[in-house]
Design a protein around this ligand. Structure first.
Ligand SMILES: Nc1ncnc2c1ncn2[C@@H]1O[C@H](COP(=O)(O)OP(=O)(O)OP(=O)(O)O)[C@@H](O)[C@H]1O
Ligand SMILES: [Mg+2]
Length: 224
C-alpha cells in the first residue's frame, strides 16, 4: 500500500536520509527505531506528505505522492492517521470537541459526527473523558484521546511518531497494547521510537523492526 523508493532527504548539506527504499503492506505493524536525530520524524513526515524528499518517490496505493493534486492529497491525508509525541490536542476544546473538529472540516452531519466521536472514544477506552479538557488528563489519557482523533476518518494506516516519548512505563505499555489492538482490527501501524526497550513489548511474529542509522534503514527479522 505504501512504497518508499530511493528516498533521500537533505537539510542544507546534512543528508538525513540516504537512498532509502522499503514497502509497507496492508495490515503490517512496523516499528522504526533509531537514536534521536537519526531522521525518524523526517521519514514519518515524508510518508504523510508534510515534508518533501530531496530525491526519490513515495507511492501510495500505486500513486506517486508528489503528483497528487491538492484535493487528492487532502483525501490521502484522511486515510493516514497521525499521532505525535506531544499529543497536539487543542487546549480550549474538550476531548470530544477535539475529535469532532477534524470531522467538521469535511462537513459530516452533526449526528454522524457525534456517533463517530463516541465510537472512537469507546475504542480507546475514553468515553468517560469526552467532556474533559486536555489539561485535566494524564499523559496516557491525552495520548489515548489523540489516538481516538487519529482514528476518526477510519485511516488505512496510523503513523505514530514517538507516541510514548512523554509517558511512564505503565502508560507506554498500555499505549503499545492499544496500538496492537488497533492493528489487529486491520489498521496498518507505523511506529517510530528512540526507545529500544519498546520492542520487548512485541512478539516476533507479524512485527517488522526497522532501524535507522546513519541515514540508512536496516531491517531485522524478530528481536534486535
Ligand atoms: N526543518 C529542518 N531543517 C533543518 N534540519 C532539520 C529539519 N528537520 C529536521 N532536521 C534535522 O534532521 C535530523 C533528523 O531530525 P528528526 O527530527 O527527523 O530526527 P528524529 O530521529 O525524529 O529525532 P528524535 O528522536 O529526537 O525525535 C536532525 O539532525 C535535525 O536537526
Ligand atoms: Mg522525532
Amino acid at each position: 500500500m505504501l512504497v518508499f523508493q530511493n528516498i533521500s532527504k537533505k537539510f542544507n548539506d546534512h543528508e538525513v536520509l540516504k537512498d532509502i527504499s522499503f514497502k509497507i503492506e496492508k495490515g503490517e505493524f512496523i516499528i522504526l527505531t533509531g537514536p534521536s536525530g537519526s531522521g525518524k520524524t523526517t521519514l514519518a513526515q515524508i510518508i504523510i506528505g508534510k515534508a518533501e524528499p530531496t530525491s526519490g518517490n513515495v507511492y501510495i496505493d500505486g500513486q506517486p505522492l508528489a503528483l497528487l493534486k491538492q484535493d487528492a492529497l487532502q483525501l490521502m491525508r484522511r486515510n493516514v492517521g497521525v499521532v505525535f509525541q506531544d499529543f497536539q490536542l487543542l487546549p480550549y476544546k474538550t476531548v470530544g470537541e477535539n475529535i469532532a473538529f477534524v470531522l467538521e472540516v469535511c462537513e459530516k452531519p452533526r449526528r454522524k459526527i457525534d456517533e463517530k466521536v463516541e465510537e472512537v472514544l469507546a475504542k480507546v477506552g475514553m468515553i468517560d473523558h469526552k467532556n474533559s479538557f486536555p489539561k485535566e488528563l494524564s499523559g496516557g489519557e491525552k495520548q489515548r484521546a489523540a489516538i481516538a482523533r487519529a482514528l476518526a476518518h477510519n485511516p488505512a494506516i496510523l503513523i505514530a511518531d514517538e507516541p510514548t516519548g512523554n509517558l511512564d512505563r505503565e502508560n507506554i505499555k498500555s499505549i503499545i497494547k492499544l496500538l496492537q489492538d488497533i492493528n489487529m482490527n486491520g489498521t496498518t501501524v507505523f511506529l517510530t521510537t528512540h526507545n529500544q526497550d519498546i520492542i520487548h513489548h512485541f512478539e516476533n511474529r507479524q512485527k517488522r523492526f526497522m532501524n535507522l542509522k546513519d541515514g540508512r534503514v536496516l531491517e531485522h527479522v524478530g528481536h534486535i
